[in-house]
Design a protein around this ligand. Structure first.
Ligand code: ATP
Ligand code: MG
Length: 591
């Protein structure tokens, strides 16, 4: 659905009810907001009534004591109006922020439960927008939409009623101007809506352009693209400016027109008010009403001009709510129906005829069967795209297999609770991900039960303590977003330590294909030996040293296992592995 269609949709009461259901925990705030909305409308109406009274009574009778009294009352009303406005603003925003705080937590929790297929098919930018910008829009339903509309409508109805009561003829004259303002407002709103859609599109363009160039700055500078990028940016920027200026232009036209119709109204009231009253010689008794009408007209026209805007805010909030609820209603979880909770597992792994594809009609693994005994180290080798990383994606149930079975310690992995299953497996992924946090927190993942001493002693055991200590703040060194402050070899070592500290029964390493310097290579090798010790380990191996040491080598090609055996056996066999070995590793071994 395009933005236009979404906005143009008729008001959806089901959705509205669902949004308002979230105010339930904040019932008292809700009623405070409703009450002060009504009060502020009432206080606003009191002022013109008091003005009329002042003119008709104390001013006409030259009664200065009474005048003082009424002026003091007016002052009181003014203060009350300011206070109720203040309370309204505060509590309406409090309500909105409370509601979106709850929905945001729900949303984040939901997103954390989604399976990987969901993320494969979603844009990060869109999900971030849902959790941040769209949430703010939902909050505006409360702070700038619904209650403000209610208060404005109340104000307008009261103003119209008071006008009719004071002088119905003059009231009808004022009402006659209403359609003009309504039509002008409508035209303005429509123009603004289109202009704002354009502005938003331009902002999105600007955002993604800047974001992408900053992320890809190395490519920009490496290939001398600065001039071209600058030119592109200038054009995008210009479009953004034009879109903004258009909204400014509409504003510049509309508000004077609205002011003029207001003044025309005032003129008409003065003119007809006097003409009407001259003959009846009762101008005196109508003086107060005429002046009060100026105030009342403002109370009628001002909200009218803005009400369409508020409706727009409301509508935008509903569109945002619809999108957010769309995610909340998405059922994209790995079914966690298993009951088995194991404190310890030995680490026997069996794959039996496992078939799997990321996309429905594209099988990636074509019936994989192998067995890993507890405590063994198994290397998986094969060409790029053969399906090696895919195997480990399946073991911890990031994805559901199409057919076949995967067992750990003789139990189908579906029998385990997801929590229990994953607690026994640690994985070092091919692309190491580090959070913008200290090294220590990246290792413990903020698990309070893991102390700094434990981390240090683990680091000493796998031989990376020296390297971490050499960093500016050691274990407290902040590695920044995605660990940009470290080299890829260093990132890998941190990931090793993270896996080691979690002390899993099953360890999976997806070795990075990128080559690292000899020193890091040594560190990595040493760390690998240590962390695989005494536990079942599956290593997707690119390093000859790792492969040679493995108890078993699984050779994969295009989603099939073509050979299984140890280094010597497979070399002797002279099949796929020995070809691979000759092509890839001979040179390495000579060195
Ligand atoms: N998330 C995904 N969605 C769709 N297809 C995928 C996804 N991840 C991998 N694939 C496809 O699955 C196949 C196997 O990929 P896999 O990552 O398992 O290869 P690999 O053996 O680990 O390769 P490499 O040695 O390069 O890491 C590839 O053809 C790849 O295009
Ligand atoms: Mg891979």
């Amino acid at each position: 659905m395009s933005k236009n269609e979404e906005i143009g949709k008729a008001f959806d009461f089901g959705l509205f009810k669902r949004v308002f259901a979230h105010t339930k925990p904040y019932r008292s705030i809700f009623w405070v907001v409703a009450l002060v909305a009504i009060l502020s409308a009432a206080f606003a109406i009191l002022t013109p009534i008091l003005v009329k009274y002042i003119i008709d009574e104390p001013l006409t009778n030259r009664d200065s004591e009474q005048l003082l009294l009424v002026v003091l009352i007016m002052l009181g009303v003014l203060v009350a109006q300011v206070v109720s406005q203040l309370l309204f603003n505060y509590y309406a925003n409090l309500l909105g922020e409370s509601v979106i705080k709850d929905i945001r937590v729900q949303l984040f929790k939901r997103i954390m439960g989604f399976k990987m297929t969901y993320f494969d098919n979603s844009s990060i930018g869109v999900l971030v927008t849902r959790a941040v910008a769209d949430m703010q829009r939902i909050g505006e339903i409360f702070s700038q939409g619904f209650f403000v509309i209610v208060a404005d409508v109340l104000k307008m109805l009261c103003a119209a009623g008071v006008m009719l009561y004071m002088n119905w003829r003059m009231a009808l004259i004022v009402f006659a101007i209403l359609p003009v303002i309504l039509v002008a407002t409508r035209l303005f709103q429509q123009a603004m809506k289109v202009a704002f859609i354009d502005v938003r599109a331009q902002v999105a363009n600007l955002n993604s352009f800047v974001q992408e160039r900053i992320a890809g700055m190395k490519i920009v500078q490496l290939f001398n693209r600065e001039q071209i990028e600058k030119e592109k940016f200038r054009k995008i920027n210009e479009k953004h400016q034009n879109a903004w200026l258009r909204t400014v232009w509409y504003n510049s036209i509309f508000f004077p027109i609205a002011e003029i119709s207001n003044s025309v109204g005032v003129g008409l009231v003065v003119y007809f008010g006097i003409i009407q009253n001259i003959d009846s010689a009762s101008l005196d008794s109508n003086k107060g009403s005429i002046i009060a009408f100026f105030f009342l007209m403002d109370l009628l026209f001002r909200p009218l001009r803005q009400i369409a805007d508020k409706f727009n805010t409301l509508q935008m909030g509903m569109v945002a709510a619809n999108r957010v609820f769309g995610i909340l209603d998405t059922d994209s979880k790995i079914p966690d129906t298993g009951q088995l909770e194991r404190k310890d597992v030995k680490g026997d792994i069996t794959f039996t005829d496992v078939r799997f594809g990321y996309l429905e009609d594209e099988e990636v693994l074509h019936g994989i069967s192998f067995k890993v005994d507890a405590g063994e180290t198994v290397a998986i080798v094969g060409a790029t795209g053969a399906g090696k990383s895919t195997i480990i994606n399946l073991l911890n149930r990031f994805y559901e297999i199409n057919s076949g079975t995967i067992m750990i310690d003789g139990h189908d992995i579906k029998e385990y609770t997801l929590r229990s299953l994953r607690s026994h497996i640690a994985i070092v992924l091919q692309d190491v991900f580090l959070f913008a946090d200290s090294i220590a927190n990246n290792i413990s993942l903020r698990d309070k039960s893991v102390s700094l001493e434990q981390i240090e002693s683990a680091a000493k055991q796998i031989g990376v303590h020296e390297f971490i200590s050499s960093l500016p703040e050691g274990y407290l060194y902040n590695v920044k977003e995605r660990g940009t402050m470290l080299s890829s070899g260093q990132r890998q070592l941190i990931a090793f330590l993270r896996a080691y500290v979690s002390n899993p029964s099953i360890l999976i390493l997806d070795e990075a294909t990128s080559s690292v310097d000899t020193y890091s290579e040594q560190l990595i090798q040493q760390a690998t030996d240590k962390i695989t010790e005494g536990r079942t380990s599956i290593i997707i191996a690119h390093r000859l040293a790792t492969i040679k040491k493995a108890d078993k080598i699984i050779v994969m090609d295009a989603g099939n296992i073509v050979e299984i055996g140890n280094h010597q056996e497979l070399l002797k066999k002279g099949g796929y592995y020995s070809d691979l070995y000759e092509a890839q590793f001979m040179a390495e071994e000579v060195v």
